[in-house]
Structure formats: C-alpha cells, structure tokens
Design a protein around this ligand. Structure first.
Ligand code: ZN
Ligand code: ZN
Ligand code: ZN
Length: 274
C-alpha cells in the first residue's frame, strides 16, 4: 500500500481548525438565540481540535467528540502523533476514531499528554490502555501514550521538537503547544509568566476565548485580547467559542491581527530555520 502522505510541502506549515466550538458545540441543543439559529456555516462550531501539518508530519491536537466528522470533512490522510491538551470530554471523546488511522496506516500511533491526561485516559479507557487478552471484543485504538512534564523545555514527537506550554485551566493544568512559529493554547483561565515566554515571537497563535463575560476556567474575550496584545503574534485565532459570537458581527469588532476561528479555517506559513 502506498504511504499516505501530507500534501503540504516540507518547507511550509499548515494549521487547520477542525473545530472551534465550546464543549457543547454550537448550535447548543434547543437554544433559539440568533447564533444558534444562524444558517451561516461560520456560526456552526464542532468541538475544539486542530490539525497541524509541518515538516512533512501530520499532527492531531486532541481527539474531539466530533473527530470522525472533522477527519471526513478535512480528508486527514494520516496521523503521525496526537498531542493532548487535557482530558476533558470534548477534547478526548473521539479517541476511538483513531482505529481508522491504525487500520489504514497499519501501525500504532503515539500520543502525548501531561500527568492529568495520561492518568485520566488510562482510567477512563481501560479497554484501550489495559486491553483484554487477544481474541475478545472488536478492534480497539492502537495508541502508545507518552507522559511529559509541561514545565520541560521540549520533547520529541514524530521527530518534531514540541514545546509544551503549561496553562491554568481553573485549578488544573492544561497544556498548550508550540511547534516552530505556531502556538496552540486552548482551555485556560490564566497563562503563567514562564509559559508566556514560550509563546513570544509567534507567526500564529490559536487562543481560548469562550465568551464575553468572565469565566472561572476559560479566557473571556477581554482577557484573550489582552494576551494577544501582550504577545503580539502575527496572527491570533480565537477558538473554543460559545454562542456569544456571531461570526460576521464580531469579526468587524476585533483588533487588527485577531480573527474569530471557524471550522475549516486553514492558516499557512513557512517553517523557520532551526
Ligand atoms: Zn474544552
Ligand atoms: Zn444559542
Ligand atoms: Zn477543558
């Protein structure tokens, strides 16, 4: 079988927002607000997740509840590694869809997470990480889970240097990631000073922005814009959006260099010389 490759050139990167919606997705079930009733596809938000193609590798950030739909829509050809931000249901519940990639790639797929993620995944999905003897039950995802310390400088995944970025998600530690000039920071209420330093001089920053009003475990719009103004990446894409944000209305209100995410938004850039 021919090896299924990414079509992005090795000297470029491409980041696709697979989903930019909060944990319930948008529209919310039964909600009759103007955003939830909208027919504009940019107001329809699947659960937050992203696909990064860089240096010839295909990296999935989280296995969202909607992974199957997202992979079909974006035609993800393969997954070289999964980077988990944290184990909340909206970010991990699509884990079984990895079976399709195992089947087509005929190999196990490495996944990476901090202690919270690794412990939680192992206890919630024992059939994956502590499987029954062969011969019982159907196919299960073939995933090798690797633990890292988000305080460390970097770790290697699929041959890429990945910089983990520790984030406070309420009282728990979520992880953002930086690879080359691309930063991905979802589900956080604050970014510690040491982590902000890891996010300087970015080409693109994907940043949590749940809603207008302050929230205990997420950035709201005001906080997200403060962080974008402080870090000054070339472009900031707001994600994990709830139904406060009507796409067209809010797109006009945002400062230069900051955009609302939408499902399928694709950003491209050149890789940096190491
Ligand atoms: Zn979330
Ligand atoms: Zn609504
Ligand atoms: Zn979360």
């Amino acid at each position: 079988m021919a090896k299924r490759k990414s079509t992005v050139k090795k000297e470029s990167w491409q980041l696709t927002i697979l989903g930019c919606g909060t944990s319930s997705g948008v529209p919310l079930l039964f909600c009759t607000c103007v955003v939830c009733r909208s027919r504009d596809p940019k107001n329809h938000r699947l659960r937050t997740s992203a696909w990064l193609q860089i240096r010839g590798k295909s990296i999935l950030i989280d296995t969202s509840t909607d992974l199957r739909q997202q992979a079909l829509k974006q035609r993800i050809p393969r997954v070289d590694a999964i980077l988990y931000t944290h184990p909340h249901a909206d970010h991990v519940s699509g884990i079984d869809e990895i079976r399709s990639f195992n089947f087509i790639q005929r190999e196990r797929i490495p996944a990476y997470g901090n202690a919270w993620t690794c412990e939680d995944l192992r206890s919630r999905f024992p059939y994956i990480f502590n499987p029954a003897p062969k011969g019982e039950g159907g196919g299960i995802p073939q995933i090798d889970l690797h633990l890292f310390d988000a305080g460390s400088k970097s770790f290697s995944a699929a041959g890429l240097e990945v910089i983990p970025v520790a984030l406070s998600h309420g009282s728990q530690e979520c992880v953002g990631y930086r690879i080359d000039g691309v930063g991905y920071v979802t589900d956080c209420s604050t970014i510690p000073e040491s982590s902000l330093k890891k996010l300087e001089n970015l080409d693109c920053l994907v940043l949590d922005c749940l809603r207008i009003a302050p929230h205990g475990t997420h950035l709201n719009l005001e906080r997200a814009l403060e962080i974008a103004a402080h870090l000054r990446p070339k472009k900031t894409v707001l994600t994990h959006l709830g139904h406060d944000f009507e796409y067209k209305k809010w797109s006009k209100k945002l400062p230069k260099g900051v955009v609302l995410g939408f499902d399928g938004l694709t950003l491209r850039g050149e890789k940096r010389t190491p």
